[in-house]
Design a protein around this ligand. Structure first.
Ligand code: PLP
Length: 362
């Protein structure tokens, strides 16, 4: 039976990438050893990490004014690393504006409070994070250190479908669960960060794309390994990088280029998510609470109107090869993540199962 993995992360990887990694595992390019065993200072690994950087630059059309860095600690560490690098740029502790749209922007907000004053510029908390506040409603602080957004809220399933404009104030975005699923306009975004384990590769590395002029302003207390200037000066090898993860990410990026890049991924995710939302909206058993203009194309939470059926739904889904559909523990219900590596057949199989389940139970 074919298995489709709807995990929110670590998430499905392209099967062809896993096969290639398996083939190369014992003997990378005739060297007689695995990539995982190579020094990060070796020539072969140097060529791997530079190629990953080059492919990211090409796929996302990253302009030369932005640097691409590979770091560790996940997006969670970045929620502290970013204020440590940006909050004191003007000398005094500044204000950070946060647009609060769900669990992940909430985590960024909490962490930022340790380093700076924080202004909640807009929030959708009072409607259960079921929409993205329109930019006209944001109350931004003049001269803020930066504005933080999470354009795709992985848990609540809400996504920005407009381009924020913060003028001369730097715009920082946690794109962990949507990077590489649509183009990014780097004239607007000054810092973009993403943990790899949703749409780039396995867990273990976080990609940071940062405007060069924002590098070199870290607080004195910032650990050296998290100071962007050190990381940039050492080509993301100030200390040992997660070599195996970076190698895997490289294979995924090669696959992405072959599949038509982010423009094609955007088309695919529009198609996949529209199929699922249409089905849910026309069903009597399932519902999705997010406003249609704010729905995520990557993470589709859905709920059964009769929640007593949740467990049997998950068990039967799994026996049909549809796995990791349980919703995040803070919201319950179900969640289908439709990252780049989820084929359209997976979504079709999920809908077939959901339709059959509804017929049987209602
Ligand atoms: C998964 C996720 C994170 C957490 O990433 P870690 O690698 O666990 O630190 C942060 N932000 C968003 C938007 C996510 O989807």
């Amino acid at each position: 039976m074919r298995v489709f993995n709807f995990s929110a992360g670590p998430a499905v990887l392209p099967e062809i990438v896993l096969k290639q990694a398996a083939e190369e595992m014992l003997d990378w390019h005739g060297m007689g050893l695995s990539v995982l065993e190579m020094s990060h200072r070796s020539k072969p690994f140097g060529s791997i990490i530079r190629q990953v950087e080059e492919d990211l630059r090409e796929l996302l059309a990253v302009p030369s004014c932005h640097r691409i860095l590979f770091m560790q600690g996940g997006a969670t560490a970045m929620n502290a690393i970013i204020p440590m690098n940006l909050a004191c740029r003007s000398g005094n502790p500044a204000v950070i504006d946060v647009v609060h749209t769900g669990l992940w922007s909430g985590k960024a907000l909490e962490e930022a409070l340790k380093y700076s004053h924080v202004n909640v510029a807009a929030s959708s908390e009072n409607n259960g994070f079921a929409s993205i506040p329109a930019q006209e409603q944001w109350q931004l602080t003049e001269g803020a250190a930066y504005v933080h957004v999470c354009p795709n809220e992985t848990v609540h399933g809400a996504q920005f479908h407009f381009q924020p404009d913060t003028g001369s104030v730097p715009l920082v975005a946690d794109m962990s669960s949507e990077i590489l699923s649509r183009p990014i306009d780097f004239s607007r975004y000054d810092v973009v960060y993403a943990g790899a384990q949703k749409n780039i590769g396995p867990a273990g590395v976080v990609v940071l794309i940062v405007r060069e002029s924002l590098i070199g302003h870290a607080m004195a207390c910032c650990p050296s390994v998290f100071d962007w200037q050190n990381v940039a000066e050492h080509g993301s090898m100030f200390n040992t990088p997660p070599t195996g993860t970076i190698y895997f990410c490289g294979l995924v990026l090669q696959w992405l280029k072959h599949e038509g890049g982010v423009v094609q991924m955007e088309k695919n995710s529009l198609e996949k998510s529209a199929m699922l939302y249409d089905f849910i909206d026309n069903s009597r058993l399932y519902f999705n609470p997010v406003a249609p203009d704010s729905r995520s194309r990557m993470n589709v939470p859905f709920f059964l109107r009769d929640a007593s059926l949740d467990e049997v739904f998950l068990i039967e889904a799994e026996s049909n090869g549809l796995v990791q559909l349980r919703g995040h523990r803070t919201v319950g219900g179900m969640r289908a993540s439709l990252y780049n590596a989820m084929p359209v057949e997976g979504v079709a199989a999920l809908i077939r199962f959901m339709r059959d389940f509804e017929r049987k139970k209602h």
